[in-house]
Design a protein around this ligand. Structure first.
Ligand code: EPS
Length: 373
């Protein structure tokens, strides 16, 4: 299955070292102005080679619009986007083509298909996420124009390092000013040193990304099997290397009392947002908050015990241009999945409940009550 979404349906295709990667976006309403230039910013935010802390593969990541747009506006027909691969170095994979890297999808792809493209991880490469980000450029624009919804994210943990608010307040402007999407500018030099030491050691580390959507009206999401949080969890879990998803307080809710967790309601707004803006699978009008856990990258130059396709135990050493922390550049990917889910749910809500109209009372959701910031 390489498609997701219902009324907005996105299919991605392509391998890391194939000629190109691409996507087809079906269900986008007609009339949205979009040009090839508009994809560049988010694709560069996600791209490799932006700093010394990520993979040094240098792709242009230029988007070609093949269909669905005429005279600069969407026509309502399938939108096909293509990005050509220009900097694949497949010889790096020669020594591990018949091996399974420990903790990598090499083994499970082999078990499932019995035949795989090992170059650059093939379809299991983070390269595939390029097209999610490209598709979401359309979703972000539509959500902003139609509903005033914005989706943005930041790194909320790098290895064991958390934002240190003794050094500075949370700052959205800082997020876009450093290669980590880190919200506390004063901490960035320490993160640089942390990553330099990690890279020299040959090891990798995990990370946590937090994504928030502002301006989501109450009512998006479907009970029981199409819950907004259910769709978000599935969308985030479909990103390579993701091992956990939390909505609002997530697993911290386990240790909370109901009297603390409940987001009390006043005419001025909710007094807290432990629920992450979703109640009963439906948006409450508060900020939608989702955190995503990325595991440490499995491609390491440190030797590890693995197996080969002949069933022999081998020492696996991965050479090549790998990310020591794939979570560093995952913020735009998580934003993309949030935006695509929200647009799909907006279209679904409009289809079924478009005639319901505004229901009163509407509790303002604008108070930024997220305890993490
Ligand atoms: C990746 C390994 C590296 C990364 C790649 C993800 O690829 P290669 O070994 O071909 O240099 O560069 O990421 C991208 C190319 C991208 O655009 O995100 C992996 O194993 O997932």
């Amino acid at each position: 299955m390489n498609s997701f979404g219902h009324l907005l349906r996105v299919t991605t295709f392509g391998e890391s070292h194939g000629p190109a990667i691409g996507c087809v976006i079906d269900g986008c309403p007609p009339g949205l102005a979009i040009s090839e230039d508009e994809f560049a910013q988010d694709l560069q935010r996600r791209a490799t080679g932006r700093s010394r802390h990520t993979s040094q593969r240098h792709e242009t990541d230029a988007v070609e619009i093949l269909s669905g747009v005429y005279e600069g506006r969407t026509t309502g027909t399938p939108i096909a986007l293509l990005v050509r691969n220009t900097d694949a170095r497949s010889k790096d994979y020669g020594n591990i083509a018949a091996q399974f890297r420990p903790a990598h999808a090499d083994y499970t792809y082999w078990q499932k298909y019995g035949h795989r493209d090992p170059r650059g991880g093939g379809r299991s490469s983070a390269r595939e996420t390029t097209m999610r980000v490209a598709a979401a450029v359309i979703a972000k624009k539509w959500l902003a124009e139609r509903y005033g919804v914005t989706v943005r994210g930041h790194l909320s943990q790098l290895g064991e390092v958390l934002p240190d608010h003794a050094l500075g307040a949370f700052d959205w402007n800082a997020v876009e000013d450093n290669p980590f999407f880190w919200p506390v500018a004063a901490q960035v030099p320490a993160l640089e040193s942390y990553m330099d030491a990690l890279r020299k050691s040959g090891d990798s580390v995990g990370a946590r990304v937090t994504v928030v959507a502002d301006g989501v009206p109450a009512g998006w999401g479907e009970p029981v099997y199409g819950k907004l949080d259910g769709d978000l969890a599935a969308a985030m879990m479909s990103i390579n290397a993701v091992k956990g998803v939390e909505i609002g307080d997530g697993f911290a809710a386990v240790a909370q009392k109901g009297s603390f967790h409940r987001d009390e309601m006043t005419r001025e707004g909710f007094l807290s947002n432990h629920a992450g803006g979703i109640l009963g699978g439906i948006s409450s009008g508060q900020q939608v908050v989702c955190s995503v856990a990325f595991k440490p990258t499995s491609s390491l130059r440190l030797p590890g015990r693995g197996m080969n396709v002949l069933g022999e135990e081998v020492e696996v050493v991965t050479i090549g241009r790998h990310d020591p922390c794939v979570g560093i550049r995952a913020t735009p990917i998580c934003e993309a999945m949030m935006a695509l889910v929200l647009m799909d749910q907006a279209l679904r809500h409009r289809a079924q409940c478009g005639d319901v109209g505004e229901i009163s009372p509407r509790i303002p959701g604008a108070i930024d009550t997220d305890p993490k910031r």
